[in-house]
Design a protein around this ligand. Structure first.
Ligand code: 5GP
Length: 190
């Protein structure tokens, strides 16, 4: 039997349009590039799966030489909310000691993932420069004291999908960011 999402696309409301995302991504790329030395390469770390769309669009605007790396984080347990049981489950990275590193995330909610990643990279790799960018920032949901160096949009405590973000694995392919009007962030499924 084919799996179907239990929330229908017709219920979705657009929160951020494709056009607004595209303008913001270009603008973010321009600003991010300024913090890295001109003739040095940047190691761009795409945090799967949610940041895949954002990351590939972002790097298209870079004029630096870049290397792209992909990591996956799992937050396990039976929680549907954020948990601090975080673990890097696919972390095959080159030696990033003394390199320029850009971590690309889809959304910062409680901040637990951002804190985990930042600590992990600082401790394990001691990069020359570590910059963290998130497309979305739910400042109101923060549980740990952390802010990205760059973010695209601040949003309310809504559960959002699209442009890489999923609901039970669905809707990552939408070109815009949407939300289900009756849902709260606590419905997050990891
Ligand atoms: P945090 O650790 O900051 O609570 O959560 C980070 C991760 O939770 C994100 O990378 C994302 O995978 C997931 N997440 C948080 N909020 C949302 C949301 O509104 N929608 C979706 N689809 N995922 C979310």
């Amino acid at each position: 039997m084919t799996a179907m999402p239990d929330k229908q696309i017709s219920e979705l409301k657009v929160l951020i349009s494709e056009n607004d995302i595209s303008k913001k991504v270009k603008n973010l790329a321009e600003n991010i590039e300024k913090v890295f030395p001109e003739n040095e390469e940047i190691y761009v770390i795409c945090v799967l799966k949610g940041s895949v769309m954002f990351c590939v669009d972002l790097v298209k605007h870079f004029s630096h030489n870049i290397q792209m790396e992909f990591i996956r984080i799992s937050s396990y347990g039976h929680e549907t909310k954020s948990t601090n049981n975080l673990q890097a489950i696919d972390l095959t990275l080159p030696n990033l000691h003394n390199k320029n590193v850009l971590i690309v995330e889809d959304i910062i909610d409680t901040g637990l993932t951002a804190r985990f990643l930042t600590d992990l990279f600082k401790i394990k790799h001691s990069p020359k420069q570590l910059i963290f960018v998130s497309l979305l920032n739910k400042k109101c949901a923060r549980q740990v004291d952390i802010e990205p160096d760059f973010y695209g949009f601040e949003i309310d405590d809504k559960f959002v999908v699209g442009y890489g973000l999923d609901y039970k694995g669905f809707y990552r392919n939408l070109p815009y960011i949407g939300y289900f009007p009756d849902s709260k962030s606590s419905e997050k499924i990891s």
